[in-house]
Design a protein around this ligand. Structure first.
Ligand SMILES: [Zn+2]
Length: 81
């Protein structure tokens, strides 16, 4: 079972709104595949969980913290200034 510590917050990126939570290393008891880089997030590594604010939370994804931060800056759909 996934234990999540800390608060959650809403973030708006180029692909819409997400709710995110920081998962601490001690709470990361399972390995996940990061959708940002397709690499594994090993157990014990602090990372980010993100999901849509609507729906049942079944679209929850685990991201490397760095991949989550990069995602909003590298999106091809980001507007050009
Ligand atoms: Zn990643």
């Amino acid at each position: 079972m996934l234990r999540i510590t800390g608060g959650q917050r809403r973030e708006t990126g180029p692909d819409g709104e997400y709710v995110t939570r920081r998962v601490s290393g001690s709470a990361a008891t399972k390995a996940y595949r990061c959708p940002g880089c397709a690499q594994e997030i090993p157990t014990g590594m602090p990372h980010v969980v993100a999901w849509r604010p609507y729906g049942d939370g079944g679209d929850r994804r685990h991201w490397h913290s760095s991949c989550w931060e990069r995602r909003s800056r590298r999106s091809p759909r980001a507007p050009r200034y």
